[in-house]
Design a protein around this ligand. Structure first.
Ligand SMILES: [Zn+2]
Length: 527
């Protein structure tokens, strides 16, 4: 007796085989049979005529570490067909916590109404396991958290003992089940680290088979050097590399795309273990304080906000922004104030969805002053969307064989505390947007290629065995979608919108989305 029998679906196996019609049977969490005609009895039969059946999508780049504790139903992700999320990205993991990282993590957790009751990776994972999650979760251990734990948030270099302490924290997290090590070399305190520090830490993870996933040092003026650094770190640490949310920021850098593609081609032909992921939008999203030069981002979020109360500091920052000479991934400037939209600023709900140019004009301030004021009032927690990429570059990168799909978003819900922000729509729309806009409408990828970039390639890179493929014996993480109608509905002004055309999602053999409705099942595992 099967648990589930899916009849007459158009199977996309995730490994790249052409679509074929088949029945798929599921039992005890796994795919039991894939055949032209399955006549076995099943507790539940789904008639899937006209629907495509793919392996559940694997999102290699998310920040749902805390939001899954708020709402384990993972509404915004599971409804896209995502059955596994990799968390702990961009150097930010909720564990291990020590020293200054405790207060920093508590401040962020407080914005979600969460008490931080854990310190180790194992204790954090226990929080995920009870009560469980709708989808599978694969955690990374983050450099910023580890560095903050040992060195704090200032511009300092580790002594050999401190380097060893950091390596020990990474190794412990790996022993407790982390999948790899992530950096956010664009964020404090990660950007103070020299390459050799990161190599040591990536090696500590690689000894356990861990991946090195990086938000690289620059995605704008120095993107090529930053990609080269990530590749070097992986080679010297002997780690598989994942370059996160690959893109080229800023009008003045758009032309670098050809050199970037050439670098990726060269890396691929050398057989280096390097991959990249991308979200299908020409706009990015991060904290507003990322607009500040590195020297102004020391000491943690509260210290940064405090610094901006000082008029002398503001004058110095204004000069740095105009001259663009200090060390920093400068994404601010006069042509872009219209292109920066505020998405999160709890004490100022009136500014959500407005551009900095609009806010500055309404308040009779210069844009930079308005930016500083929002960072101060939110104690550094204000976030924004930046419309500064070229759409054609999004398409060109999507086609590259090294590039897979990842959201860089969160598991969210329109209800409760998770619905109170105005997030980037990628949290709700990434995977259906690729299938609808870039496959069906623009034909940037074939359906099989797109699904492969959402499943088997990612599973292989992150060492998720028996996932990301449809074949007998693999875990039954599955999504049924309508290739004619699948589409994202979330927009920048109305982001909390579920996609359409995805009626069924199965995680570890349990139906979580059933005819478009969440069953409240929590069958996900910590992988
Ligand atoms: Zn990032």
């Amino acid at each position: 007796m099967l648990d589930i029998l899916i009849k007459n679906s158009l199977v996309i196996d995730g490994a790249g085989k052409s679509v074929f019609k088949a029945d798929v049977g599921v039992t005890e969490g796994r795919i039991a049979v894939v055949a032209a005609e399955v006549e076995l009895e099943a507790k539940r039969t789904i008639q899937a005529q006209g629907l495509h059946l793919a392996p559940g999508f694997i999102d290699p780049h998310t920040h749902s570490d805390l939001t899954l504790l708020v709402d384990p139903q993972a509404q915004s992700k599971i409804r896209q067909g995502v059955t596994t999320e990799v968390v702990g990205n961009c150097g930010f993991s909720p564990a291990p916590l020590a020293g200054a990282a405790v207060a920093e993590t508590r401040a962020e957790a407080k914005t979600f109404g969460i008490d931080v009751t854990w310190t180790s990776m194992a204790e954090y994972m226990a929080q995920l396991r009870d009560p469980g999650t709708a989808l599978n979760v694969a955690p990374l251990v983050g450099h910023n958290t580890v560095r903050g734990s040992v060195l704090g948030y200032d511009d300092v270099q580790p002594t050999p003992e401190q380097q060893a302490d950091m390596e020990r924290l990474v190794a412990e997290a790996m022993e407790q089940g982390a999948r790899g090590f992530s950096t956010g070399l664009f964020y404090p305190p990660g950007f103070y680290a020299q390459t050799k520090e990161v190599i040591g830490l990536a090696r500590a993870a690689a000894r356990y088979g861990g991946i090195y996933a990086s938000h690289i040092r620059s995605e704008s003026d120095h993107v090529l050097e930053a990609v080269a650094e990530a590749i070097e770190i992986g080679e010297r640490a002997e780690a598989q590399v994942e370059i996160a949310h690959l893109k080229v920021h800023g009008h003045r850098n758009w032309g670098d795309i050809d050199r970037l593609l050439a670098l990726l081609d060269e890396t691929r032909s050398r057989g280096a273990e390097v991959g990249c992921d991308q979200y299908p939008y020409a706009a990015s999203s991060t904290w507003l304080m990322a607009l500040l030069p590195y020297w102004a981002q020391t000491g943690g979020a509260r210290a940064i906000a405090e610094r901006l109360r000082d008029p002398d500091m503001r004058a110095r920052l204004k000069q740095d922004q105009e001259e663009n000479r200090v060390e920093w991934d400068n994404r601010s400037g006069p042509p872009t104030w219209n292109d920066i939209l505020i998405t999160d600023c709890a004490p100022r709900p009136d500014v959500l969805g407005k551009s900095i140019a609009e806010i500055a004009e309404a308040e009779g301030k210069e844009p930079l002053e308005a930016t500083f004021d929002l960072i101060v009032v939110s104690e550094g927690q204000a976030a924004a969307v930046f419309f500064d990429q070229l759409e054609e570059n999004v398409r060109v990168l999507m086609r590259h064989p090294l590039v897979v799909i990842g959201s860089d978003g969160y598991s969210l819900s329109p209800r409760g505390v998770l619905g109170q922000r105005n997030p980037h729509p990628r949290s709700y729309g990434t995977f259906p947007r690729v299938l609808g806009r870039y496959v069906r409408e623009e034909k940037v990828l074939s359906l099989e290629e797109a699904v492969k970039k959402m499943t088997s390639i990612t599973a292989e890179r992150f060492g998720l065995s028996n996932r990301g493929v449809i074949r007998a014996g693999a875990w039954a993480d599955l999504v049924l979608f309508d290739a004619q109608t699948v589409a994202d509905r979330a927009t920048f002004t109305d982001p909390h919108q579920y996609p359409e055309g995805i009626p069924y999602v199965v995680v570890n053999g349990v139906i979580v989305i059933d005819q478009g409705q969440h069953t409240h099942a929590l069958p996900g595992r910590v992988l």
